[in-house]
Design a protein around this ligand. Structure first.
Ligand code: NAP
Length: 276
């Protein structure tokens, strides 16, 4: 086996992914002789990409859209949250040759929240906008970490119900998740945008920012642009508002630790994510 090892992200599109910059900075900072690259893999080819990982002996794999469900299904063994979320964002090769599917989005969101705000999810009332893969991971992460109430607000009601029931499953004690409405936003401690509204050149907002007030905390999972129109409006009103970069950095840090068994150099990863 050559000394230098290769890890990669798969997805489509993946050309503008920040993962190579973040992980290569981490390997350099930790003195690990690995290199991280990106492979564009279309929908439907996720299982073949995992087989290629095995054949090529890749040291780790990140998985992004649209392959998270395929990767979860194709791995040999899956963590509990992967089974419930039906999505894996991280594949770890085990010593016996099997591939383990993990999901670091949920823990990455919670770690990022704590890094940005010092807030613990324990007892929080949360208004969570969105019902896709990111919203489900956030619902799991917050409820597993003790949030008191996760009100899921989404355009498609069935997806809101699914995310709310994931919060129930994660909490393990009583109902923590429910389908919410825009009315829940004013009463929440934490308001999260997990919709894709505001991405790229989209200047629209997931909710009316004037409903929020100082004292509440808002997190927008979007990190491109670095400040969405919603975040800018909230800051203008004195609301503590954060973008999705910390979630990106902390989900990558958790993947790094699963692959290498070494504590992740989070600050080097954050600098790379910001500069990339
Ligand atoms: P997804 O599975 O495609 O879900 C998109 C969500 O946005 C759905 O709930 C969808 O509602 C909602 N939505 C989209 N357009 C809408 C509109 N015009 N009006 C109302 N709702 C709308 O995507 P995802 O993977 O969950 O990602 C969601 C966002 O999180 C993206 O911006 C992504 O970049 C970001 N993200 C960030 C990180 C990070 O590390 N910071 C990680 C993962 C994702 P319907 O269900 O009604 O279609």
């Amino acid at each position: 086996m050559p000394a230098r090892r290769v890890a990669a992200v798969i997805g489509d599109p993946v050309r503008h992914s920040r993962s190579p910059a973040v992980h290569n900075a981490a390997f350099a900072s930790a003195g690990i002789d690995w290199v991280f690259t990106a492979f564009e893999v279309p929908a439907g080819k996720g299982a073949e990409a995992l087989e290629a990982m095995r054949v090529l002996g890749l040291a780790g794999m990140s998985v992004t859209m649209p392959l998270k469900a395929e990767a979860a299904a194709a791995a040999d063994t899956a963590d509990a949250e992967v089974e419930i979320l039906a999505a894996a964002n991280c594949i770890v090769p085990l010593a016996d040759g099997r591939l383990r599917a993990a999901n670091t989005d949920a823990s990455g969101f919670v770690a990022g929240l704590q890094a940005d705000t010092g807030l613990s999810p324990e007892g929080l009332r949360v208004a969570l906008m969105g019902g896709g893969g990111a919203a489900r991971a956030v619902a799991w992460g917050l409820a597993a970490a003790g949030a008191a109430d996760v009100a899921v607000i989404n355009r498609t009601g069935a997806k809101a119900e699914a995310a709310a029931s994931i919060a129930d499953a994660a909490s393990g004690s009583g109902r923590r998740g429910r389908v919410g409405s825009m009315e829940d936003i004013a009463a929440a401690d934490l308001v999260v945008n997990a919709t894709s509204i505001g991405m790229g050149s989209d200047a629209s907002m997931p909710c009316d920012p004037t409903v929020l007030r100082p004292g509440q905390v808002a997190v927008d999972l979007v990190y491109e642009p670095i400040e969405t129109a919603w975040l800018a409006a909230l800051r203008e009103q004195g609301v503590e508002a954060h973008n999705g970069l910390s979630m990106l950095v902390h989900q990558a840090a958790a993947a790094f630790e699963l692959w290498t068994g070494t504590e992740a150099p989070v600050e080097a990863m954050r600098r790379a994510a910001t500069g990339a």
